[in-house]
Design a protein around this ligand. Structure first.
Ligand SMILES: *[C@@H]1O[C@H](CO)[C@@H](O)[C@H](O)[C@H]1NC(C)=O
Ligand SMILES: *[C@@H]1O[C@H](CO)[C@@H](O)[C@H](O)[C@H]1NC(C)=O
Length: 327
């Protein structure tokens, strides 16, 4: 308990004498196009009050006049401050400063000079659309906000045939409409775009490559080409067909079939067979006179030879076709 009070007293004493908090370090401005973000490091130490940061800016040439400073961020515990809403003049030069605060304590200021037109990095275009034609690729590049402040800003298109990446070409354009002409038809090209300013000696990274194929000659040429190509193929096909047919006629029509006499097919044979059978049945009845029945009782086999003959005639005819069809 005594120790605790002692510590508090010591802290109060130190506070009264000087700023006791460590100052932010590694202050850096990341300026991309019109976005200005100040970042810093600060080692956390055990404190009773949470740490917040205050950030100011002033024109470089009036930094000695304390009343000229304007506030950018206050009371934030984040280790960054967005200077974009401050609207720093692009061609001006500024002193930025940041300090840590906790309760009644505060650190020393850490300062950073910032000159937008020198320090800013150009962002590559956010989008590039490519329209392919026969021998032209037309690029439509998204406009960069920097064209408002850098009057000489240009767009550089790097392009190459996809299969020849070692042969890169470059074309510069003043506007976001960038046609690449005199290209080969039916060829895949890759394009990437950067923005640059000679006046400010700045250029952005290239966008990631986009590959698009040019189209070809008008359709009629394509059709003629297809027809020309298909003639040898068609010839080969017809030749194959002819050969196949010859082979077919030799092997699927054996002599036995050719030699076979023109006659009824199996179905007709069966029909004939049935007809014979039907004819036979009524043919029996007229012979069924009473005497004959009586005779049959005595000699039932009397009619049998006639029957057998009729049947056998049918079966002979049938068996005659049998082997020929089965083979
Ligand atoms: C923060 O603390 C670490 C280790 O405690 C030290 O190595 C580093 O240098 C410190 N950084 C700053 C900015 O004080
Ligand atoms: C450009 O590309 C490099 C390497 O990839 C990267 O480190 C850098 O941040 C990029 N610059 C911008 C402005 O995006």
């Amino acid at each position: 308990m005594a120790l605790h009070i002692d510590l508090k007293l010591t802290l109060l004493l130190i506070m009264a004498v000087s700023a006791s908090l460590p100052a932010p370090q590694n202050v850096k401005m990341i300026a991309m196009d019109m976005n200005y973000m100040l970042h810093w490091d600060w080692n956390y130490t055990q404190l009773e009050n949470p740490v917040t940061f205050t950030t100011d800016y002033v024109y470089w040439n009036v930094q000695d006049n304390e009343s000229s400073y304007k506030r950018a961020c206050e009371g934030s515990s984040e280790c960054w401050c967005d200077f974009t809403p401050s609207g720093l003049y692009f061609s001006g030069s500024f002193l930025l400063r940041v300090r840590a605060e906790a309760g009644l304590q505060h650190s020393n200021w850490t300062t950073k000079r910032f000159t937008p037109d020198e320090d800013v990095l150009l962002m590559s275009p956010s989008s590039v659309s490519v329209k392919a034609d026969r021998d032209v690729l037309t690029l439509t590049i998204s406009k960069t906000v920097m064209s408002d402040v850098m009057k000489d800003l240009k767009y550089r298109v790097q392009y190459w045939e996809r299969l020849k990446p070692e042969q890169k070409h470059v074309a510069d354009y003043d506007s976001t409409h960038a046609p690449l002409s005199s290209l080969k038809s039916w060829t895949e090209y890759c394009v990437q775009v950067s923005v640059f300013s000679l006046e400010y000696s700045k250029s952005s990274n290239y966008t990631s490559p986009q590959c698009v194929s040019t189209t070809g000659q008008p359709l009629v040429w394509l059709i003629i080409l297809l027809v020309l190509c298909s003639i040898p193929l068609l010839g080969a096909f017809l030749y194959k067909c002819h050969k196949f047919r010859r082979k077919f006629s030799v092997f699927t029509a054996p002599e036995s079939i050719h030699a076979f006499p023109p006659g009824p097919l199996l179905l007709e044979v069966q029909e004939e067979y049935c007809t014979v059978a039907l004819v036979i049945t009524p043919a029996i009845q007229p012979t069924h006179t009473l005497e004959e029945e009586q005779e049959q009782e005595h000699d039932p086999e009397l009619q049998a030879p006639e029957f057998t003959d009729n049947w056998s005639a049918g079966s002979v005819q049938d068996s005659g076709f049998g082997p020929g069809l089965e083979s």
